[in-house]
Design a binder for this molecule. Structure first.
Ligand code: ADP
Ligand code: F6P
Length: 325
């Protein structure tokens, strides 16, 4: 059994995601329920290095479960990739009595947690990213809200696209991963979906598909383009020139990262936050909580970071087979 945990720290790191507040709240209240102290670290690893550390009690997380963003703020901190700063981070944790730390973020943030674990600070990672791009888990905090936000926005673009009989390219977030694009492709009934994992950059194929659809009487052509492919505005110009069909680009951008979390994000983030505390109190370290095959599970961070995940082929094919042309 590892050393007894008396004070648990919590931080959010990397891109924010709706539901992070629910996770913070759960960490704080579960720890307090178990008789432990909690400290919030502001602005991710950057705030840790600056000792932006606050005491938290059950009331400091009141009124946040329904709020998007993260009350602890988040940051990207390149310095923390260097051993010198990781050592400093571990020393600061010790100075503030933090013997267990919950890190809410993506794979990059887990690498920081892994380094701190190696330096004697017990760490647990919670998957927080709208991108769903963490291999060890089928669920990440924020994806459900973000994908629903994107879906609703795309429905609206579709209305006007149909009225004007246009082609619309809608760019959704996901620099390295096409999960938001894929899910919206299915949920919005898009004619084409461009994913970084799949797109072969054959624009002529896309153009032929649009012309074919028009000949069959289609009133719009919705293309969902993942941020990782990007260039939606110039793509729209080229498509309009090649097809003669008015084409507009809409980039949804950061609105996908904000907003009140869905019920699923609130419930799963709360469950994961409480599980992180339980794991720390059992003496676990260097673990990440995930959701797989209908169960909340946890993995060694080293193993989790070594896992890979790809786009589900059946779901990808569905985008095409559900389209009438
Ligand atoms: P995410 O956690 O969403 O993947 P990033 O990749 O931007 O986001 O990582 C968030 C932060 O995690 C970085 O700004 C940095 O502070 C920390 N981090 C990333 N990679 C490492 C690493 N190799 N070692 C230590 N810390 C890292
Ligand atoms: O949080 C993930 C993500 O939203 C990616 O989809 C996107 O590429 C990236 O963050 C953008 O981050 P920022 O604009 O905050 O640097």
């Amino acid at each position: 059994m590892a050393n007894e945990i008396n004070t648990i720290g919590v931080l959010t790191s990397g891109g924010d995601a709706p539901g992070m507040n629910a996770a913070i709240r759960a960490v704080v209240r579960q720890a307090i329920a178990k008789g432990k102290k909690v400290k919030g670290i502001k602005r991710g690893y950057a705030g840790l290095l600056q000792e932006e550390i606050i005491d938290m009690d059950a009331y400091s997380v009141s009124e946040i479960i329904q709020r998007g963003g993260t009350i602890l703020q988040t940051a990207r901190c390149l310095e923390f990739c260097e051993p010198e700063y990781q050592k400093k981070g571990a020393e600061i944790c010790r100075k503030h009595g933090i013997d267990g730390l919950v890190v809410i973020g993506g794979d990059g943030s887990f690498k920081g947690a892994q380094k701190l674990a190696g330096l004697g600070i017990n760490t647990i990672g919670l998957p927080g990213t709208i991108d769903l791009d963490i291999a060890c888990t089928e669920y990440t905090i924020g994806f459900d809200t973000a994908v629903n936000t994107a879906m609703e926005a795309i429905d609206k673009v579709r209305d006007t696209s149909t009225s004007h009989e246009r082609c619309s390219i809608i760019e959704v977030m996901g620099r390295g991963a096409g999960y938001i694009a894929l899910w919206c492709g299915i949920a919005n009934g898009a004619e084409d979906v461009l994913l970084p994992e799949k797109y072969d950059y054959d624009e002529q194929k896309l153009i032929n598909h649009i012309i074919e659809g028009k000949k069959k009487g289609k009133q719009h052509h919705i293309i969902i383009n993942a941020e990782g492919i990007g260039h939606s505005t110039s793509m729209a110009k080229r498509i309009e020139a090649a097809t003669g069909i008015e084409t507009r680009a809409t980039i949804l951008g950061h609105m996908q990262r904000g907003g009140s979390p869905t019920c699923k994000d609130r419930v799963y983030a709360t469950t994961m936050g409480a599980l992180a505390v339980n794991l720390l109190l059992e003496g676990a370290s260097n673990r990440v909580v995930g959701y797989r095959h209908g169960e909340f599970v946890d993995f060694d961070i080293d193993e989790a970071l070594a896992m890979t995940k790809g786009i589900d082929e059946f779901q990808y094919d569905l985008c095409a087979s559900m389209c009438t042309n």
